[in-house]
Design a protein around this ligand. Structure first.
Ligand code: UD1
Ligand code: CA
Length: 463
């Protein structure tokens, strides 16, 4: 939107969170709460997005630097002297040609694009000094209250700590979201004083100025007050988390995914799931996970930052992170795939198998009780029960290469670095320390010796 600037307030300390971390970085559905305001802003395609940071600035800045899909002009508020002070500092980043300034709070993550668009078009049509977003809530505790005059016009906003008992009963609250005319905003900010219970420069005081001598105040009341929920405490955080998760589940189900028990299915903000995939109860799909079509994810599974192809089955109680799983693969139950695991088409990883930085080739199987780390395993390989790649010598990690069509007998230890050639066979119970050429049989265990079973007979006698 040409002529639009967005300022996102994110410098506050968040004292009520009782946390050493900056409030705006506390996650909601797996991403820092600040991400929501940033993404709403980005979708409007404004001329500039200005996050104001301050408390925990290094941490907040390094989060912002990971958001490469955004183009941001970050400003720092050295001392958190209030929301009004924060906007004054942001002024330096606002261009001459700006026609409207949208202000969002970094701690109000549930606002929808539709609401913001309605707010902007109201401002555009009526050209008041400010258009503000309000909500009517059953419990207004913690919010600024909207004080209206006899003819129902907005007169001012009073913060809870400054409100009289009668004002505290007002159920219409300020969401902290506004669109301002730039010239009005900055001249009004020059007038405000930190004369209130918190000794802060309140942005909200500009509303009184707009009502008294500006071009007036227009307000938009939210249909769904949940959009206004701000996060000040851990209770608020849990509350917003619940709303956000419900929204994500509804989005996913609307797009054709079955959630057998939506309430116990935890899907993070950035996760994508393909059509006709079925997700069973007590599952978590986290981070940047992408799941293809027609997959089945059974109970007790947690998948983080991983990509699953189509028709993949993840059986119960498997934990998967940083992995790539191609079409028609079956994993679990009780499998642990750590970062760098790549399971090619139709491969299978079964019970109590742990993998890390390992490629398992097409159609290959590791069905039971194995550790496969720092390995490259070819096609149609059978990894017997209890196979261990001994990848660590106490100081360094080494690679195991297992070529196509090999058969690794049960309870084998492959001491890396080592290479098992194509078509080779490893006899069960072997400890392999040297490369095995293609088509050879590697056997490395002591020979079985059979002796007369005298002792056994003695035992039988005593019975
Ligand atoms: C603010 C509003 C209140 C509104 C509520 C909505 C003011 C004075 N009050 O109150 O009317 O109902 O939001 O959620 O504006 N921040 C800075 N610099 C500062 C102080 C705050 O950047 O010096 C940021 C915070 O990081 C936060 C936002 O501004 O993202 C709001 O600050 P907060 O202290 O949470 O204000 P509230 O008391 O919630
Ligand atoms: Ca707040």
């Amino acid at each position: 939107m040409i002529g639009l600037a967005v300022i996102i307030l994110a410098a506050g300390q968040g004292t009520r969170m009782q946390s050493v971390h900056p409030k705006v970085l506390h996650p909601v559905a797996g991403v820092p709460m600040l991400r929501y305001a940033l993404d709403v802003a980005q979708r409007l395609q404004p001329d500039v997005i200005v996050p104001v940071i301050g408390h925990g600035r290094e941490q907040v800045r390094s989060f912002l630097e990971t958001q490469q899909h955004l183009s941001l002009t970050i400003v720092e508020q050295p001392v958190q002297r209030g929301t009004g002070d924060a906007i004054m500092i942001a002024k330096s980043a606002i261009g001459e040609k700006t026609q409207a300034i949208l202000i969002l709070n970094g701690d109000v993550p549930l606002l929808t694009d539709q609401t913001i668009e309605r707010l902007l078009s109201l401002q555009d049509h009526e050209q008041p000094s400010v258009t503000m977003l309000t909500a009517r809530v059953s419990d207004p505790t913690g919010y600024g209250r909207v004080v209206r005059s006899g003819d129902n016009r907005v007169e001012r906003i009073v913060e809870e700590v400054d409100a009289s008992p009668a004002e505290q009963k007002i159920s219409e609250i300020n969401t902290g979201t506004y669109v301002f005319t730039p010239s009005f905003l900055f001249s009004a900010l020059d007038e405000i004083q930190p004369e209130n219970a918190q000794n802060e420069y309140y942005l909200t005081d500009t509303v009184k100025i707009a009502a008294a001598k500006g071009n007036g105040v227009v307000s938009l009341l939210l249909d769904d007050p949940a959009e206004a929920y701000g996060i000040n405490s851990r209770m608020d955080l849990a509350n917003v988390e619940g709303v956000m998760r419900r929204r994500i589940r509804e989005r996913v189900m609307t797009s054709g995914v079955t959630l057998v028990d939506p309430q116990s299915t935890y899907i993070d903000y950035a996760v994508e799931i393909g059509q006709d995939t079925v997700v069973y109860p007590h599952t978590a799909l986290e981070g940047t996970t992408m799941v293809g079509e027609n997959c089945v994810i059974r109970s007790g599974v947690r998948i983080t930052d991983s990509v699953l192809g189509c028709a993949v089955t993840i059986l119960d109680s498997s934990v998967i992170s940083g992995s790539l799983i191609q079409d028609e693969v079956v994993v679990g139950p009780f499998a642990h795939l750590r970062p760098g695991s790549i399971l090619e088409q139709r491969s299978k990883v079964g019970n109590f198998v742990e993998m890390k930085k390992t490629v398992l080739g097409q159609g290959s199987k590791a069905n039971h009780l194995s550790y496969l780390g720092d390995s490259r395993i070819g096609r149609d390989v059978n990894i017997g029960a209890g196979t261990i790649t001994c990848n660590y010598d106490g100081t360094q990690k080494h690679e195991t290469i297992i070529e196509d069509d090999t058969f690794i007998g049960s309870n084998s230890a492959l001491v890396a670095p080592v290479k098992i050639g194509a078509g080779a066979l490893i006899a069960a119970g072997s400890t392999i320390t040297k490369d095995v050429p293609p088509e050879d049989c590697g056997i490395a265990r002591s020979k079985q010796v059979n002796k007369p079973a005298r002792s056994l007979k003695r035992n039988q006698k005593t019975k």
